[in-house]
Design a protein around this ligand. Structure first.
Ligand SMILES: Nc1ncnc2c1ncn2[C@@H]1O[C@H](COP(=O)(O)OP(=O)(O)OP(=O)(O)O)[C@@H](O)[C@H]1O
Ligand SMILES: [Mg+2]
Length: 349
């Protein structure tokens, strides 16, 4: 069962450079949250701060009620065992085989016999499609394979909190689809608390319970997925649509007059690509694969989504609830059906 992480008034700087300030959010126990934000806004720094690798100047991070910013190194070591982390660069040991890399946390933190280590390592390698690559060194495989090895390593200790920094970068679109399904299934099975940093907007729309957005040294918004997807906040809309028009510029902030003109043009339909999806469209969430039991909170979340859709509809009717509610399947579910196929059906519904 995952644990809640409660962040309050968190500020992080390097020298005179403030990365973000006064960040407050709660990652609800057992839910999946996604953190978005332009490059350089401090998403990776945020993850490292949550694990206690970086010290914030102000604020608190309460995990199971304990403020980890106040802990000594020895106590932090204990708290870190709750976490499974995939760093942005994968952080594999270059001179160790993939097998040994993935076995490393088990050998370091547990006294499991090698036979048990082997069972767990192969199970996780299978999960991320790396069976057969056990003896390869990180330097001998593709970037996407390294990423998946990092994912397997993050999962071997059955963590209660899972932090993934861009798990999907460098993966081809089909593998991203499998990865999204894997995250949803894992979350349903182990009920860990997830925080995922991604630049993949399609995944951000499909997978999480909650979405946050960092921009200009602040957490612009953090909340239930449907609140952000239907939000009119210009930064949120621009980011979720991957548009050039809006407050986010290539390098720095844009000047206010330019932003105003661009947003006005967008309002007139100019500057918008034909058929471009609006952020106020609610994408149905990705459901766990057939046979994976859904935790009870799924029902509440489904109801919340139906309600948001109803409110977002100008004429009050909204879509029929059965479109958004996870279908309560009673018929036997075929083992042979691929998880992705199921995911696609739901996502495209
Ligand atoms: N150890 C460090 N010392 C000094 N500055 C740092 C350190 N780590 C990160 N920074 C700075 O913090 C800022 C945020 O970096 P971070 O890597 O968190 O961005 P990000 O949002 O993850 O970007 P991306 O999407 O490109 O991964 C950058 O300006 C970076 O140079
Ligand atoms: Mg980063």
């Amino acid at each position: 069962m995952g644990v809640e992480i409660c962040v309050e008034g968190l500020t992080k700087s390097f020298g005179h450079q403030v990365i973000w300030q006064d960040v407050s959010l709660t990652l609800p126990a057992g839910e999946v949250s996604v953190m978005l934000g332009p490059s350089g806004t401090g998403k990776s720094v945020f993850l490292k701060t949550l694990v206690g690798l970086l010290k914030p100047e102000r604020g608190s991070i309460k995990i199971a009620g304990q403020d980890i910013t106040k802990l000594r190194e020895r106590d932090l070591y204990e708290v870190r065992k709750l976490f499974g982390v995939l760093f942005q660069d994968g952080a594999l040991f270059g001179s160790m085989s993939l097998y040994d890399n993935i076995a490393f946390p088990l050998r370091e933190h547990t006294r499991k016999p090698e036979s048990e280590v082997r069972r767990i390592v192969l199970e996780k390698m299978d999960m991320v499609g790396l069976i057969g690559a056990e003896d390869k060194l990180p330097g001998e495989i593709s970037g996407g394979m390294r990423k998946r090895a990092g994912l397997a390593r993050a999962l071997v200790l059955d963590p209660e909190i899972i932090l993934f920094d861009e798990p999907d970068s460098g993966l081809d679109p089909v593998r991203v689809a499998y990865l999204n399904q894997l995250i949803v299934d894992l979350n349903a099975q182990i009920d860990a608390t997830f925080l995922i940093v991604t630049h993949d907007i399609a995944s951000a729309r499909l997978v999480p319970d909650n979405i946050g957005l960092l921009f200009r040294r602040e957490l612009v918004m953090f909340g239930p997925r449907e609140d952000l997807l239907t939000s009119d906040e210009p930064v949120v809309r621009q980011f979720l649509n991957g548009r050039m028009q809006g407050p986010i510029g290539m390098a720095e902030e844009k000047d206010a007059a330019q932003v105003e003109q661009e947003l006005a043009d967008l309002g007139n339909g100019a500057g918008q690509n034909a058929g471009e999806e609006s952020t106020t469209a609610m994408t149905p969430r990705l459901l766990p694969s057939p046979g994976v039991t859904r935790p009870p909170r799924w029902q509440a979340i489904a109801e919340r989504e139906v309600e948001t859709r109803r409110k977002a509809e100008p004429h009050g009717e909204g879509e029929p609830p059965d479109q958004a509610e996870p279908p309560q399947k009673t018929e036997p579910q075929g083992e042979a059906e691929s998880p992705r196929k199921k995911g696609e059906e739901v996502a495209d519904a």
